[in-house]
Ligand binder design. Structure first.
Ligand SMILES: CC(C)(COP(=O)(O)OP(=O)(O)OC[C@H]1O[C@@H](n2cnc3c(N)ncnc32)[C@H](O)[C@@H]1OP(=O)(O)O)[C@@H](O)C(=O)NCCC(=O)NCCSC(=O)C1=CCCCC1=O
Length: 376
């Protein structure tokens, strides 16, 4: 006997928590778009979608404003709760940047010296990372360009990353007055060796996508320059040689005349994301052809290792970052934000250390000594 006699409520429930009020189309904003799932021949599959969450602030390298952070949270919450969504793709507008982190203008002009406001902001920022790590759909980071600072942090929160070969990766915090505590100090040591994680986290060096692939940060690097109908690899990076004079050179930036020649050559070559998007579709199609429950259980099992340190650190980090907005962040983000006025994007670090060595109080006079002065 079948079970028709059991009382059942068959009215489909709506689990959507946040509406579309935090998304937009005009920069700066977060764009949320449901694109049809496509099969390997590019045919749309009826009733199934991929949620694209796009940071749309290209003039400021897709840095996220406070409103955009809310848009990302809303995006991953929607992707998670929408039963027709198979996977989420996190990307940025254009071909320059995926994201270069928090909006330094907002940081300098609003949050600096408003630590409690920044505490509220950090609650949103932490919510953004959590929304990625808790999304009940696999999350692909489509790295369309630079993934720097907080951009690197939200990128590493994603499950898998495929990258344009023009992208560069790294941190900026220690140069601009923050600590990469929005995930990088927790995630980087899982991806890279401890030595590489340490250097990449603090030095603020930017490393090529090829170098990061070789060091296991990302899954795949895809050529995006299409010369005379044929994709070529980023000519600025050494990709045809592994060892030179006993050193690993694969993935390093070319220098001198070779770099100049590469830059010249790149000038007229259009950027085309066809192969990058094919790779994104291939990964999504692989996910779509797996049991959804087994898939997300496995993904959450791996995410748990990222969360282990993130969950322990995110609250103390929030409190420290909040307090820091009155001190080093005030100096660093204002220096970066006024670079067009002063001609310098960082403070005089040696002067600051000399003043600290003398036991100087950290007041407006001291701050004035370490800032570059506005040019005539
Ligand atoms: C190294 C850079 C990423 C790239 O340098 P470069 O290629 O020389 O480009 P720029 O001329 O510097 O930048 C082009 C224009 O974009 C603007 N820009 C770039 N990044 C940002 C940003 N994050 N916010 C606002 N605007 C940005 C830049 O001002 C230029 O505009 P213009 O009008 O002059 O044409 C370099 O751009 C760089 O270092 N950017 C800043 C990176 C940064 O400091 N991000 C914030 C770090 S802190 C953070 O993200 C955090 C996250 C959570 C936890 C706490 C936290 O601090």
């Amino acid at each position: 006997m079948a079970l028709e006699w059991l009382p059942r409520d068959n009215e489909i429930k709506d689990h959507i928590l946040i509406g579309s009020e935090h998304w937009g189309s005009e920069a700066p904003c977060t764009v949320y778009e449901k694109k049809p799932l496509t099969d390997p021949n590019g045919n749309p599959v009826e009733g199934l979608y991929v949620a694209w969450i796009r940071l749309n602030n290209p003039q400021q390298y897709n840095s996220y404003t406070t409103e955009m952070v809310k848009g990302v949270i809303a995006g991953f919450t929607a992707a998670s709760q929408d039963r027709s969504v198979v996977a989420a793709v996190f990307t940025g507008t254009g071909d320059r940047a995926f994201c270069t982190g928090g909006n330094t203008r907002e940081y300098a002009e609003y949050y600096a010296r408003r630590p409690h406001e920044y505490g509220e902001y950090m609650d949103l920022f932490n919510g953004m990372v959590d929304s990625i790590l808790n999304c009940k759909k696999p999350v692909i980071c489509r790295v369309n360009g630079m993934r720097v600072a907080g951009g690197q942090e939200i990128g590493m929160a994603c499950d898998i990353a495929v990258s344009s070969d023009l992208a560069i990766y790294g941190q900026a915090g220690a140069r601009h007055g923050s600590s990469p505590d929005g995930g990088s100090t927790d995630f980087l040591p899982w991806f890279l060796s401890m030595e590489d994680a340490m250097w990449n986290c603090v030095s603020c060096e930017l490393w090529s996508a090829y170098k990061m692939k070789a060091k296991n940060l990302i899954s795949k690097v895809i050529p995006v320059l299409k010369k005379d109908g044929k994709f070529i690899r980023n000519p600025l990076i050494i990709t045809d040689e592994y060892v030179k004079d006993g050193e690993i050179v694969y993935g390093e930036f070319k220098t001198g005349a070779a770099a100049k020649e590469a830059r010249e050559m790149m000038k007229d070559i259009p950027i085309d994301f066809e192969l990058l998007d094919k790779e994104v579709s291939r990964i999504v199609w692989t996910f779509a052809n797996l049991f959804p429950g087994c898939l997300i259980k496995a993904i959450d099992g791996i995410r748990a290792k990222k969360k282990f340190f993130w969950d322990q650190s995110k609250l103390p980090n929030r409190h420290w970052l909040m307090a820091n907005m009155g001190y080093e962040a005030f100096l660093g983000f204002n220096a970066f934000n006024t670079k067009k006025l002063t001609g310098k994007d960082v403070i005089d670090f040696i002067k600051l250390r000399q003043l600290i060595a003398q036991g100087s109080p950290m007041n407006a006079n001291t701050y004035a000594e370490v800032f570059a002065k506005p040019q005539e």
